[in-house]
Design a protein. Structure first.
Length: 98
């Protein structure tokens, strides 16, 4: 099932202006393919009109949260988890999205 729009709010606790997942395109038990359209009004946009590395990491974190939310919904549990903590090691950004 593809999640987008208001459905994303069922998966993650973040709300505008900090929502960093637009759609969950695909998922399985351990992976999710998500999208984010980088818009000018994004909280993480830098003066050079690129998305800050912290925005990329936040997108990854919210993608993990969305996967957890999908798993909860597929098990028909009442609500997705809040407060997922992750760790990013050896992050390298070679080009920031515009």
């Amino acid at each position: 099932m593809i999640y987008s729009g208001e459905d994303i709010k069922r998966l993650i606790p973040q709300r505008d202006p900090f929502m960093m997942v637009d759609t969950v395109e695909e998922r399985d038990s351990t992976n999710a393919v998500t999208t984010l359209a980088v818009r000018q009004d994004n909280y993480f946009i830098l003066p050079d009109n690129t998305l800050a590395e912290t925005g990329l990491i936040e997108h990854m974190a919210q993608s993990c949260s969305a996967l957890a939310g999908c798993q909860v919904l597929s098990q028909q549990l009442p609500a997705p988890p809040v407060g997922i903590i992750g760790e990013v090691k050896h992050f390298a950004c070679h080009r920031r999205p515009r």
